[in-house]
Write a protein that binds this ligand. Structure first.
Ligand code: SF4
Length: 124
């Protein structure tokens, strides 16, 4: 019945405002889009076989990076997972990186961006 592509989203989950925003955004999206998967950031570069296998089970991928260090992108690349879309939150939403882990700054805009990318990948 549901022919939507499965979209894996990997948040960088960094210990700062934008890293936490990446995780919060993915948690929100998972509740709204049943065709999305939360890809575990740490297991990929560590070479954990079961996590890589799970990580490769989606049809398309979004790397959600907090900042230009782009850890989410690099984690996907480390497992040879092709990236359809990449977001860098500091640059895309003009948010300064800080240590406020409870920040909700521009979360609605980040969610809108993710929803648009999910729809875009689904139509590719
Ligand atoms: S991309 Fe930036 S915010 Fe995210 S984990 Fe890496 S250094 Fe931290």
């Amino acid at each position: 019945m549901n022919n939507l592509k499965r979209i894996g989203i990997l948040p960088c989950s960094g210990a700062c405002n934008v890293g936490m925003l990446s995780t919060k955004a993915v948690v929100e999206i998972l509740g709204e889009h049943e065709n999305t998967d939360f890809v575990c950031a740490l297991g990929l570069p560590l070479g954990i076989e079961s996590i890589i296998k799970n990580g490769k089970s989606s049809d398309g991928y979004i790397a959600l990076n907090g900042c230009p260090v782009r850890c989410a992108t690099k984690a996907l690349e480390s497992a040879d997972i092709p990236i359809n879309e990449e977001v860098v939150i500091t640059e895309k939403f003009n948010i300064k990186k800080n240590k406020n882990l409870k920040s909700e700054e521009k979360i609605d805009q980040i969610l809108d961006e993710l929803k648009g990318l999910i729809d875009k990948i689904d139509k590719e």
